[in-house]
Write a protein that binds this ligand. Structure first.
Ligand code: UTP
Length: 239
């Protein structure tokens, strides 16, 4: 089973704690040992936001700010690679060809951002499409996709399942409203819709949750199920 896992910076490194990074690396190694071919995309989290805010004050333009954000995502990718040791390609890939080659060689392929104007949500969706993944997992710090921003609206309701089209329709207005935080960025949602990629959005704070979701489809987050798609074959075999 080929899986791309997006790990938010706020999940991997809300603070710099080696135990947390080790715990995520151990789950990735255990998934690899269970015959999963893994691509991992790491986000920048609060540190990226701090750098971006400081540089904005200093007069950097939006592309320069994105470049700063990309650099932080790659630092976080290197942090995870440090914990993975020889099972991972030693440098974060900076393009999809190199990242895909690493997966085909049997390495865990870890990358951060790629290009200005997007976030690692979109990188993960494009990477999953590029390597024809069976599953895309967003390990975020929220429990799934809600009909409103759960941080702003206590009545927000979580979707258990939804279609990629419903995800796009939900995110379009959120992307227009300043302050509302979309569960994944709009480009990612559109790529998921285009590719018909089976996708899970979950709270990845506890990495064992990611493991159960990948191996068995067990989780309390949101399943994004393209029309007419079937379950990943590995889940059917374990039923
Ligand atoms: P993240 O993917 O961490 O952004 O990239 P985010 O969505 O703000 O983070 P989470 O999900 O809440 O943790 C950090 C920043 O890096 C730049 C963007 O500026 C983004 O906000 N970036 C990242 C890019 O410009 N291109 C990329 O491909 C990736």
């Amino acid at each position: 089973m080929r899986v791309v896992i997006s790990i938010g910076g706020s999940v991997l490194a809300p603070e710099l704690e080696s135990e947390r990074v080790t715990a995520h690396a151990e789950v990735l190694e255990s998934l690899a040992a269970a015959d999963c071919e893994l691509g991992v995309v790491v986000g920048g989290g609060g540190v990226a936001r701090e750098y971006i805010d400081a540089a904005r004050t200093l007069g950097a333009n939006e592309v320069q700010l994105d470049q700063l954000g990309i650099d932080v995502t790659r630092i976080n990718a290197r942090l995870l690679i440090s914990a993975l040791g020889p099972t991972a390609k030693p440098t974060p890939a900076t393009d999809y060809d190199t990242a895909g080659d690493a997966i085909r060689r049997g390495d865990i392929s870890v990358m951060g951002g790629i290009a200005p104007g997007q976030t690692t949500d979109a990188v993960a969706a494009a990477f999953a499409e590029y390597v024809d993944a069976d599953l895309l997992v967003y390990a975020t710090s929220t429990e799934g996709v809600y009909d409103a921003d759960p941080d702003l609206d206590s009545e927000a309701i979580k979707y258990t399942t939804m279609s990629p089209g419903e995800l796009v329709d939900l995110i379009v207005p959120m992307s227009r409203d300043a302050g509302a935080s979309a569960p994944v960025d709009l480009l990612a949602a559109k790529l998921i819709e285009r590719s018909g990629m089976r996708t899970v959005v979950l709270d990845g704070t506890d990495p064992s949750v990611i493991e159960a979701a990948v191996l068995r489809g067990d989780h309390n987050g949101t399943d994004i199920i393209p029309h007419g798609s079937s379950e990943p074959a590995a889940w059917v075999e374990t039923e």
